[in-house]
Each structure stands twice: as C-alpha cells, then as structure tokens.
Design a protein around this ligand. Structure first.
Ligand code: UN1
Length: 473
C-alpha cells in the first residue's frame, strides 16, 4: 500500500480532463496545468483546462438540462442528493486524504471538510420536502394568494483553494434540490479535488439515468472561464468565495448585468478575552482558531483583544502554547502533524510581507514568522504572534496566514469598538463568565459580524446555521 493510493481509488489519472457535464468528460481545449502538492512540491497530476468553446458546450447543455431537472419533483431531486451524500460517505477517507494532500490542511481537517459535504447533503435532502411558501389572505373577494418559489436556472459556483470541496457542496446541493443546475469553477490550486467529486457525482447520475448537464465542472483560467461565467446573462446567480478584492470585482460585474450574487469574502476575526475569561478553554480556542489550516481559513482568528489586567498572562501562555507546536509542523497526512504547509510561495510571501509591514508600522513580532528549514518544500512556516495597534493599516487588512495580533483594552465597550473597527465582518468571539458582557456582545450593540460566538473560537462552520458575514465580507 502506498501513501498516495487514494489517487487511484478516486479514479484520478496522471492527466485528467477538467471539463465535465456529469457522466461525460470533454477533452478540453485549454492549457495544461499542474496540481502541485504543497506538502512536498511534487506534481500530483496534470489537468486539461476548459477554454471558452468548452464553456459554451457546457452551458448550452446546462440550459437544456435545467428544463428537465426543474420538472423532477423536489423529493426525487433530494433522493439524488441523498445518494451523492452516501457515495461521499463511502469515499470519505480517500477524499479527506486528497483534500489534505492537494491543499495542505491536515488529514483530520480534510475529513472534517468531507463531513461538511455529507452533512449538507443530509440537510438538502430534508429541505427537498420542505420547500414551503406562505399563503395569505387576499383583500380581493374570492381570491387566493400564495408565495411560491421557483428554481432560478444555472447557478455559477466559484470556490477558493482553502475549502476545495465543502463550499461547493453547500451551494450545489441546495441548488440541486431547489431545481437549479450548477456550473463549478474551482480554484486552479486544487483542481483534483473537484475532479474526484465530479466522478462521484457522475456515478450517481449514471445509475439513476439522470440528464447530463445538472452538475457541471469547468476548470479554467480566471480570464477565460471565471470572467465568462460572471458576465454571462444565462447565469442568474453567481456564488463566489475568496478575497474581498475578488468579491468587489465579481459583484460589480454581476450587478452590472442585474444578476444576483452570493459572496463570502475576507474576514479579520477577533476574540475578546475579558477579565473573567476561563483561560483553560480560551487558550486552546485561540490556538486552534489561529493556526488551524495554517491560518488560511476565512474564519481564522486574526486578532485577540485582551483585558489589560490579564494581558501579560495571556501573552505568556500563548507564546508557550505556540512553542509547543514547534515539532507538530509537518506532512499534513502524518497523524502527529497539527500544522501543514501554506498553499504556495505567493502565500508565504504575503505572510513575510505582512511581518515586515508590522515592524515598519511600529509593531513587534513576539514569536515565529520564519520559514522552517529541513522540510520537503519551502512552504512550512512557524506561526507568528505580534503586538500591534488595531488601527494600523496592516492590522486592518486580512493577511491569509498564521499571523495573530495581540491588542490590549481597558473596558468592555472599548473592546467591542476595537473588535468592530475593521472593514471586514465575518466571525467574532468573546470569552467571558460575565453574562452582561456576553449578552451585550450578542446584541445589536455588540459584534457587527455575521457570526458571533461565546466561549468558543471564531473558526469553523456548522451546516444547520447560516454562514456568512457583514461589511466587506
Ligand atoms: C469551515 O470553516 O468549516 O474559508 C468552512 C472559510 C470558509 C469556509 C469555512 N469559506 O473559512
């Protein structure tokens, strides 16, 4: 048995097509790209991109298949999603390994991401029998009125490298039960994850003799595929995950053609550590939130706002906790590893540039920040802790890296102000034993983020609840 057997088990070849309409794979006329593992810098496999013509082929099939798919009763569409969920369950270990090897997050996190897919399938199956609308009294005699939801059509799904499978499933499985068809444009950094999933989808669609073109995959460049998808009036809804910068461009383009978008963009998530916080739960919460996925989650903890009276204690405990992680950096598939590599050289450079900016703006790096020697790629770093002030330009930005800022506060209202005083508004948390503080944090006067947590960290998502942010997120 070799370490990379999962590639074979998932049907991945040395060279794979990046264009599929369900069971069928197009040859693809775009460029040939490599999927490189950040774990050791090796080429895992090659992928043939789609070009615009391939995109056209896919979209016309998607248009046709929408006509069929929307006629299938929602509970039957749910049955297809149920089978997809089961097929993903069966492939869970292999998919978890692939996510880990191609993206660099540790295997347990890879499994967690696959579990999110399974959970959203379950959720969507239930939803397929609960697509309710209101009925209401009409002011006109003998008249009946009701809300009814109809499918939209083709949904474009653009996903980021850091969650190469989960976020696609959140969108596509819900879209599917609602009667929509989807076109997935994944990150070029993690194409194999999407190909493996498309193969699983293909098997379920074939067994059920479902129309071709319901779940589509189009891997390609931003210029050729993402731009075309975003500007395409045949695609009424675009869901995109990525940086705020990307979201601004996508949203403007979709809006200019009066389309709709669902965006999930940058976060700059803070945890407030109050005087009464239970540090036994707060410290692990902070560490997990800041170094998990090597700091490359949109819900990663980026700032901690600490009460003055316990600042030094928290700082010392964090430095100690971080130094204990030192020998837990390594191969993401190794079960001892807690921190894998960063995704690529650009990511490491962004991390290094941020450290430089912190120093220039007057901050101090109190731990880490270096690239580690003796690893199979140059992408293994020591997570960093820095003392800063909240208003500095670098702190106001999202740096997608394991970089945690320490900020001091005196009174709770000031902590809330600091927490909210960034352009982004995704996730937030407070650790406190004071009921008034936690209630205020959760109230309209409190956190201005989409997600607000008490005595648990900022990171992560749960399928049952809404996920997303305010402001620039
Ligand atoms: C999760 O945390 O389980 O990058 C999913 C992110 C989100 C997805 C979160 N786009 O953190």
């Amino acid at each position: 048995m070799s370490k990379l057997d999962f590639l074979k088990n998932l049907g991945l070849e040395k060279q794979n097509s990046g264009v599929s309409t369900g069971t069928e794979w197009l040859t693809g006329n775009g460029s040939l790209i490599e999927s490189v593992s950040p774990a050791d810098g090796s080429v895992i496999a090659h992928v043939r991109n789609a070009n615009r013509e391939d995109y056209e082929t896919v979209i016309s099939l998607a248009q046709d298949s929408f006509q069929e798919w929307r006629k299938i009763p929602a509970p039957q569409r749910g049955e297809i999603v149920r089978q997809i969920g089961n097929a993903v369950r069966e492939a869970k270990d292999d998919l978890g390994k692939l996510v880990s090897w191609e993206m660099g997050k540790i295997y347990q996190e890879g499994l967690g991401e696959v579990q999110e897919m399974i959970d959203i399938c379950d959720f969507a199956v239930g939803l397929s029998r609960q697509l309710y609308g209101f009925t209401m009294q009409s002011e006109r005699p003998g008249h009946r009125m009701y809300d009814q939801y109809h499918p939209l059509g083709i949904v474009g799904i653009i996903t980021a490298f850091n969650f190469p499978v989960a976020v696609w499933s959140w969108n596509s499985m819900i879209a599917a039960v609602c009667g929509d068809v989807s076109i997935w444009k994944p990150s070029p950094k993690t194409p194999l994850c999407s190909i493996a999933l498309q193969r699983i989808i293909g098997m379920v669609m074939r067994e059920n003799k479902m129309p071709e073109g319901v779940f589509n995959l189009v891997i390609g460049t931003n210029e050729e595929i993402a731009e075309t998808l975003v500007n395409d009036t045949r695609v009424p809804l675009i869901s995109a995950t990525g940086s705020t910068n990307m979201g601004r461009k996508v949203s403007a383009k979709v809006a200019s053609r009066l389309g709709r978008s669902i965006l999930e963009l940058g976060g700059n998530n803070a945890i407030i550590i109050t005087e009464s916080a239970d540090l036994k739960i707060a410290i692990p919460g902070i560490v997990f939130g800041s170094v998990g996925t090597c700091g490359q989650r949109c819900t990663t903890t980026r700032r901690i706002i600490i009460h003055d009276s316990i600042y030094d204690d928290v700082k010392n405990q964090l430095v100690q906790a971080y130094s204990q992680l030192e020998n837990r950096v390594g191969d993401p598939l190794d079960s001892d590893t807690l921190i894998g590599p960063m995704i690529d050289e650009v990511a490491v450079k962004t991390f290094r540039n941020a450290l430089k900016a912190i120093r220039e703006q007057g901050g101090e790096i109190i731990y880490g920040g270096d690239i580690l020697d003796g690893y199979p790629s140059e992408l293994y770093v020591r997570p960093a802790l820095a003392e800063v002030e909240n208003h500095w330009p670098i702190v106001q930005e999202e740096t997608f890296a394991p970089l945690l800022y320490l900020i001091r506060y005196q009174d709770f209202d000031e902590a809330l102000r600091l927490q909210n005083d960034v352009p982004q508004g995704l996730s937030s948390a407070v650790f406190t034993r004071d009921f008034q503080e936690s209630e205020k944090f959760l109230s309209h006067e409190g956190s201005d983020c989409g997600l607000a947590n008490v005595n648990i960290g900022t990171s992560g998502a749960e399928i049952g609840g809404a996920f997303g942010g305010e402001k620039d997120t």
